[in-house]
Unconditional design. Structure first.
Length: 290
């Protein structure tokens, strides 16, 4: 259903506002370069600093521009269950293919609380839901056993796993079943993730190198790990550099070098240092992007 290189889109800004023209340009470029799907309004899309109106508008623009050419998995998470329901309902109303729902941050719900939260969203929408498990940002970690309980619901179809624990893939295959869609949430370990049973990556690096990321994923899914490793060697310095400072500061700087969008981010994010800029540029050169 969802596999390959799925880009966690940045939200372009210009003069403090969402740059709708740049967003449309970004979607067209991603599709032309071979990305297998798009995720607007996730962490990389600076969703915490988008107003609700902006959030809905970004989702709508991406869906309208993609026009069914690739699946759009709409970011619809919140630490407020009622707010998340609203985002889910909107995404469904404008034609999203699925929902990406992060584990509730800051509140630190129990595992029972996580089940109740995701069950409520499942019952509020007819769209497939991909769980977004990212303990470094949300603090709470959804355990494989908890995920297995949620996987029994017909529309909880997969996970974006950003734990960085490659053993989770095999553990979640045991608790959720072999058909449960496991997508990496960490570019640097996506090779090992797929080797253990993953089927793709919701990728930050794909904002900057969509064609290489798509080719990398296609190689792993075809079982050609020698080719995938060659591409990984080209991309690894970029995977590292893009996270030298908080995401998406570095991806936006890199994209500005490619003429895709401005490097503007919203506070509390700030522009990367000169040292980081030099590292990002060198990594792009290593990958053959500039």
């Amino acid at each position: 259903m969802f596999k390959g290189s799925i880009t966690a889109l940045v939200t372009p800004f210009k003069n403090g506002q969402v740059d709708e023209a740049a967003l449309k340009k970004l979607v067209e470029w991603q599709i032309a370069e071979g990305s297998h799907g798009l995720v607007p309004c996730g962490t990389t899309g600076e969703s915490p600093t988008l107003t609700h109106e902006e959030h809905r508008r970004v989702i709508s623009i991406v869906i309208e521009t993609a026009a069914g050419r690739v699946p759009v998995i709409a970011g619809a998470g919140s630490n407020n269950t009622d707010e998340a329901v609203d985002f889910c309902e909107h995404a469904e109303s404008v034609g999203a293919d699925a929902l990406l729902v992060v584990t509730p941050y800051y509140n630190k719900p129990s595992q029972r609380g996580l089940i109740a939260h995701f069950a409520a969203l499942h019952d509020a929408s007819k769209l497939p839901i991909v769980i977004y498990n990212i303990p470094p940002r949300s603090v709470v970690d959804m355990l494989p056993e908890t995920m297995g309980e949620l996987a029994k619901l017909p529309r909880i179809v997969g996970v974006k796993d950003a734990t960085g624990d490659l053993a989770r893939v095999s553990k979640q295959r045991l608790t959720c079943g072999k058909d449960f869609i496991q997508l990496s949430g960490e570019d640097g370990t996506a090779l090992g993730f797929n080797a253990q049973g993953g089927v793709g990556c919701i990728s930050v690096t794909a904002n900057v190198a969509p064609k290489l990321c798509a080719q990398f994923q296609e190689a792993t899914l075809a079982g050609d790990y020698a080719k995938a490793l060659e591409i990984q060697d080209r991309l690894m310095p970029l995977h590292i550099a893009l996270f030298r400072e908080p995401n998406p500061c570095c991806p936006k700087y890199a994209m500005s070098l490619l003429g895709i969008c401005e490097e503007e981010v919203r506070l509390p994010m700030v522009a990367p240092t000169e040292a980081t800029r030099a590292e990002v540029k060198a990594a792009m050169e290593h990958a053959g992007l500039i």
